[in-house]
Design a protein around this ligand. Structure first.
Ligand SMILES: Cc1cc2nc3c(=O)[nH]c(=O)nc-3n(C[C@H](O)[C@H](O)[C@H](O)COP(=O)(O)OP(=O)(O)OC[C@H]3O[C@@H](n4cnc5c(N)ncnc54)[C@H](O)[C@@H]3O)c2cc1C
Length: 387
């Protein structure tokens, strides 16, 4: 299958493909069945340096851009794996690289690059605020050389497989700020220490094998120097990370999309019913062809979003649109794939139902489709703000 990706960043693609080939479908299937974590896979990616792609060379990383990082994520999903186990390290890294102090960068980045520390978690979502992030209720109050954190988060992923988390908390009450996006700050939290000193974790069993949790903060004290950037500017900083996250997830959906299309095309050529391959019927061909067109189109927007991000240009619109198009395209491809596998699409050993569940998540997280439409309507088309 010739795609618009062909030849782009081929060295990275070949190397990641070779690594992924050592972790075939059976590996990911077993992990899914056991609701386990692909520790060996993430370890191999780390050892090979892929998890440090966005860390500048002077701190021990490979100093690549978001474009290359997105190719790594795409290839993992295209191989049948799920980047959800480890993509946090990519987008969180940029927050630290772009907004952390020199002291913070020197302290953490070389250890993360060497695989001694993992920065896989980001705590933003709260049960009552939902997508209305500026209404979060978790607070951080300065007391001498500490920040004292109180509140609750939900859906915070990879806590049990990370050493560090970037946490968003309100440092100035909402009724004391000029703009609701002000007065929020981000902090680097040492997860092991936090669990001994006031943060408790409740895992959430969910449809995908995705390690995600509720977090409760009860007078958790963290050192004052763990504030990232300027106090009160955290919302702006977190958006940089969220744009990177959207682009990376778009790339993952594109990887999923190609996986589904490959899988269903191969099956439709082989499966013979009524004396001919099912793929000979246009009723079968058209949904597959349509989803391929959509994945290819989404891919163009993904590269444009990456280009802008790497050039330091505004990329909010393109990051959101890439995520929207890619998540929609991979979902269409997933539907065609499960449909034309007939009953076999539901059998775990075909991997289709697993990938189907995995790609469905991206209609909702990290930002739901409706909220992207609302962003485009208001910020790009200038329609009146609806909330
Ligand atoms: C498996 C998983 C992992 C996650 N990992 C993380 C993580 O690591 N860190 C983190 O911070 N968060 C994480 N999240 C949270 C995720 O980002 C949110 O679930 C997502 O942003 C949606 O927020 P919500 O669940 O609060 O939905 P709500 O905000 O309650 O929205 C519910 C629904 O209503 C719709 N809706 C809401 N407002 C409007 C409106 N104004 N107009 C139209 N429609 C609207 C939305 O489209 C949505 O479908 C994760 C979620 C999941 C499921």
């Amino acid at each position: 299958m010739q795609t618009i990706d062909e030849g782009r960043h081929q060295d990275i693609r070949d190397a990641v493909r070779a690594l992924c080939a050592e972790f075939p479908a059976e590996y990911h299937r077993k992990i899914d069945e056991a609701r386990g974590y692909p520790e060996a896979f993430v370890e191999a990616l780390t050892k090979a340096g892929w998890m440090a792609a966005l860390i500048p060379e002077e701190y021990g990383g490979s100093g690549l851009g978001l474009t290359e990082a997105s190719v790594i994520m795409e290839e993992i999903n295209r191989s049948g794996g799920n980047s959800g186990a480890c993509h946090g390290q990519m987008y969180n890294m940029n927050t630290l690289v772009r907004h952390g102090s020199e002291e913070q960068r020197r302290r953490y980045l070389p250890k993360i690059a060497a695989g001694e520390l993992r920065l896989q978690s980001m705590g933003v979502t709260e049960p009552t605020a939902g997508t209305d992030t500026t209404k979060i209720k978790t607070t951080a109050v300065r007391k001498g050389d500490r920040w004292v954190i109180n509140g609750q988060k939900v859906w915070i992923s990879r806590i049990q497989h990370s050493d560090l988390m970037i946490l968003l908390a309100r440092t100035t009450p909402l009724d004391q700020v000029r703009k609701k996006s002000e007065g929020l700050s981000i902090f680097l939290v040492d997860l092991h220490e936090a669990q001994r000193k006031g943060m408790s974790v409740r895992p959430i069993l969910n449809m995908v094998n995705h390690e995600t949790n509720e977090l409760f903060f009860d007078d958790l004290e963290i050192p004052a120097e763990n504030l990232i950037g300027e106090e009160g500017q955290g919302f702006k900083y977190i958006l940089t990370g969220l744009n990177a996250e959207r682009v990376l997830i778009a790339a993952e959906c594109i990887g999923d999309g190609y996986w589904f299309i490959d899988k269903v095309s191969a099956y439709a050529k082989e499966r013979t019913v009524f004396g001919r391959p099912i793929g000979q019927n246009q009723g079968v061909q058209f949904p597959i062809a349509e989803s391929f067109i959509e994945v290819e189109a989404a891919n163009l927007m993904r590269y444009e979003a990456c280009r802008r991000y790497d050039a330091g240009e505004p990329c909010g619109a393109q990051a959101n649109m890439a995520k929207y198009l890619a998540a929609k395209a991979s979902w269409e491809a997933a539907n065609a794939c499960i449909q034309f596998h007939g009953g076999f699409g539901f059998a775990a050993e075909y991997d289709v139902e697993r990938k189907f569940r995995e790609t469905r998540l991206y209609q909702v997280a990290p930002i739901s489709t409706n909220l992207i439409l609302s962003y485009v309507a208001e910020h790009i088309l200038g329609l009146p703000r609806s909330f």
